[in-house]
Structures are given as structure tokens and as C-alpha cells.
Design a protein around this ligand. Structure first.
Ligand code: CA
Ligand code: CA
Length: 145
């Protein structure tokens, strides 16, 4: 993955729209973080640390998901809270990762994120239905460092 190409292609507006649409189907919360830093720590560790730093374990049903991208390291990681581990099982991670990988391989970064967000929304909806009094517990904007 070419970092410059990646940055150029990330379409925040479409990603925020996809998160909003996914969160209409489920109480689960989805966030996207793009790290521009190159670090030595494994991407999953960085993603897990970011998840905590963003306060993403504070949702009522413990069902937040972070899609963490590190284009300079050509890596990504998906971190979810314990509610997702308990209810959705390992198939969740496999399925969402596949969506990202397929598109990234072809250089379609925004498309990969959109597909992953859509899939995550579908899978979350199976276990975490959206109640009429649902709140947007975590902002939908794309975050960067
Ligand atoms: Ca919500
Ligand atoms: Ca949200």
C-alpha cells in the first residue's frame, strides 16, 4: 500500500456516511482511525491501545469496533470490545478482514473501508439490535494522527 496514494484516496465523507448507515441497523458503534506514524509496535497492539485511548470500551453494550489503518506500515487491524467477542464469535473478524483485504489489494482503500463498515454493521445487527432510544455513543468522524 502506497501511503500517499492511500491518503489521497480516503474519502472521509463517504466513510462517515457508511458508519451512520451501519449504525442505523445496530446499537454497535464503528470508528475508523488512520495512523500516519511508523512505529515498531505490532499493529494490533497499537490498535488496541488506540481503542482504549478513544474511550471505546465505555459503550453500554461493550460493542464498539475500531478499524485501524497504518498505511505506512501497509497494515490494518480490527479491534472490538468484549461484547462482540462474546456474541459474534471469530467469524466476525474473519469476515470483516476479508472485505478490507480484497479491496486493499487492488488499491481501493475507501471501497475497502466502506465494505468492511457495511459488513460489520450487518454482523453487529444480528446480535445487537438498535433500540428506538439508541444514542450515537461514539462520534462517526474519521480520526488520524
Ligand atoms: Ca448507537
Ligand atoms: Ca457512532
Amino acid at each position: 500500500m502506497n501511503a500517499r496514494e492511500f491518503l489521497h484516496q480516503i474519502d472521509d465523507t463517504r466513510i462517515v456516511e457508511a458508519i451512520k448507515a451501519a449504525e442505523l441497523r445496530t446499537s454497535g458503534e464503528i470508528r475508523v482511525f488512520v495512523s500516519h506514524r511508523k512505529r515498531k509496535a505490532p499493529v494490533l497492539e497499537r490498535a488496541a491501545a488506540r481503542f482504549e485511548k478513544l474511550g471505546m470500551s465505555a459503550t453500554q453494550n461493550r460493542n464498539a469496533v475500531l478499524l485501524y489503518l497504518a498505511p505506512r506500515d501497509r497494515e490494518f487491524a480490527i479491534v472490538g470490545d468484549k461484547g462482540i467477542h462474546e456474541k459474534c464469535g471469530p467469524g466476525f473478524w474473519v469476515s470483516v478482514s476479508q472485505e478490507i483485504q480484497e479491496h486493499f489489494r487492488r488499491g481501493n482503500y475507501t471501497e475497502g473501508l466502506l465494505a468492511a463498515i457495511d459488513r460489520a454493521g450487518d454482523l453487529l445487527a444480528q446480535h445487537f439490535s438498535r433500540k428506538p432510544d439508541d444514542r450515537d455513543e461514539l462520534p462517526n468522524d474519521v480520526l488520524r494522527d
